[in-house]
Design a protein around this ligand. Sequence first.
Ligand SMILES: Nc1nc(=O)c2c([nH]1)NC[C@@H]1CN(c3ccc(C(=O)N[C@@H](CCC(=O)O)C(=O)O)cc3)C=[N+]21
Length: 279
Amino acid sequence: MTVIDGKALAERVQSELKTVVASMPIQPGLVAILVGDDPASKIYVSGKEKDAAKIGIKSEIVRLPETITEVELLETVEKYNQDSNWHGIIVQLPLPKHINEERVLMKISPEKDVDGFHPTNMGLLWSGHPLMLPSTPAGIMEMLKAYNVEIEGKNALVIGRSNIVGKPIAQLLLMANATVTIAHSRTKNLLELVKNADILVVAIGQDRFIKSGDVKPGAVVIDVGMNRDAAGKLHGDVDFNSVKDVASLITPVPGGVGLMTRTMLMKQTVEAAKRALNV
Ligand SMILES: Nc1nc(=O)c2c([nH]1)NC[C@@H]1CN(c3ccc(C(=O)N[C@@H](CCC(=O)O)C(=O)O)cc3)C=[N+]21
């Protein structure tokens, strides 16, 4: 069994990006709009600032109060759409309940939508011609590539159907010629599907849901979960301690998918800046 080293891989990609950025005539810029104080979003945003600084990406966090109106938020997004100093815009999710998430995501100009959540970018991905890749799925594919995982013809099971992880990773695996199944909370024969999966991607947000007895021996297990227990310790959706003995390759939490998610956001930002420069 091999544990995927998300930290080493993230650092490798970051240093490649740093070289690319150093050779660019302008500094790529990434703005993160953070509404309210969701704890997971705060962790992500602070990590992102650190990564950006390391790579040489200009970054700004726009902190807005929980009480902001949807119109004010839309105006903020539009301001950064219009400002050519910023190549990437992300609006941290989740947003407060009184704000329509879909409308806000649709407001981000697709060329600056480095999360890849705009319906135009989702559609481009599903049509097989992606412009912007959502970071978590892009990071997962990067890990599979770095560890030479054969995807073609394999049974890939994605548990979770979110627009952020489940749907886009299913499409990326499909584009790599896997036979893809998407399972979710209403799936009836889940454990049967899990037993058959050569590649298992778990993104359901349930602490240590997948146990060693569930997994096919030799499977590649990618854990997207980030669940904090009462003591504040992070756990994945996979019971790492037992599943690691059954899997051929497995991602840890922390130190796996999360770090690659952050790094791929940086990569999308650099790509967006390159496109803005026409290089
Ligand atoms: N528009 C938008 N896009 C997102 O991609 C997005 C979002 N909103 N809202 C919040 C969630 C959460 N998320 C994380 C990604 C990586 C880590 C991360 O860095 N994890 C590290 C460290 C975790 C730790 O130690 O606390 C790890 O897994 O090793 C954390 C959180 C992205 N999200």
